[in-house]
Design a protein around this ligand. Structure first.
Ligand code: FMN
Length: 114
């Protein structure tokens, strides 16, 4: 949404467990998977963490974030550490606007700094 400060927008269905966790902590990470994680992506998007430990199901581990309290996913190739600045309800969706406090990605993915 914005470069300075770096802002992203993200919407979630109100009924999802992820939405409850973001409201509780005011933070989230966006974890960018490679195609190697295709099976895990499907599992993560079709099961709810309200009823099971999804990290165990997906066989992924967590990394400690530098700028926020909630963790990232070790197996992903990039992570954005985000703090919620605003939220708005649109129908059954909650739209979050969040500031990206830190962005990192695997070094080998950069070409000339991009
Ligand atoms: C490929 C894919 C994309 C999805 N995209 C979204 C999305 O953009 N927003 C959303 O609210 N749910 C999306 N979903 C659905 C959630 O990922 C799904 O309801 C998930 O089980 C919620 O888990 P939770 O209850 O642990 O938060 C998507 C699912 C799949 C499989």
């Amino acid at each position: 949404m914005s470069d300075d400060p770096p802002l992203i927008a993200m919407s979630l269905w109100e009924k999802e467990y992820t939405h409850a966790l973001i409201d509780e902590t005011g933070e989230f990470t966006v974890n960018i998977p490679s195609s190697k994680l295709l099976k895990q992506i499907w599992l993560a998007g079709t099961r709810s963490g309200s009823k099971m430990d999804k990290a165990k199901l997906l066989k992924v581990s967590f990394t400690t974030s530098s700028t926020i309290k909630v963790p990232g996913i070790e197996e992903c190739i990039g992570t954005l550490e985000c703090r919620v600045k605003d939220r708005m309800k649109f129908g059954e969706q909650i739209l979050y606007v969040a500031e990206v406090k830190r962005a990192c990605a695997e070094e080998g993915l950069f070409k000339k700094g991009v």
